[in-house]
Design a binder for this molecule. Sequence first.
Ligand code: SF4
Ligand code: SF4
Length: 227
Amino acid sequence: MMVRVIVNGKEVHVPEGETILTALKKAGDAVPTLCFFGHMYREASCRMCLVELSNGKLVPACAYPVSDGLEVRTDTPRVREARRTVVEFILSIHRIRCWSCPRKGGNCELLKLATAYWVEGIPVCSSCPLYGRDCLVVKGEPCLGPITLAGCSDPCPSNGSPCIGCRGPVTRKDVLEAATQFYVSNGVELKDVLEVASMFWEGLPNYDALKASLEEAFKKALGGGED
Ligand code: SF4
Ligand code: SF4
């Protein structure tokens, strides 16, 4: 038997026993999924596919069964906030080293989600396609890609110019420390990084704290440490 589901105001019909995800696909309103692999895995572990029902409940689309007349919204403020929290949780245990990640070049679902939901942590390097050129830091240039927030689609390094940080700094301490180790191992000095960083960041309310974190991270990296 087919049941009627209202997805963002659009009516679709799906077989009874199917999940909301099937109705969303039929309506052409996709939601992000990370842990869903069809019949191989559908345990609703990641919660990226949360949607809001008309009674205000948030439910995972990949596991919640459809029923006749069910009303679903996929992009409400509560849904976006919940998904943002999910991405933050995932990233909180993610070892971010985008400058040397083999997925660099756009094939990173976490980058896409972090950018879509404005989650802190992922740097410009994550999407730098490089077009076959060497990384600018590896060539000794103080590119701010490792410590600048992703989301600009990296036009500068893609065109052979260093990132000068116009999108704003990454402030996660572990990312700053790992990025600093990357700078140090390629001979890029703190003064050069700060010279570039001061252009856009000097007026930021957290600039002094950021500068102190970078100084501390450089000191640590020059004294030896992990990575
Ligand atoms: S060129 Fe700059 S943005 Fe691209 S990977 Fe290297 S450091 Fe990162
Ligand atoms: S300078 Fe700005 S636009 Fe250019 S790569 Fe860096 S953040 Fe993106």
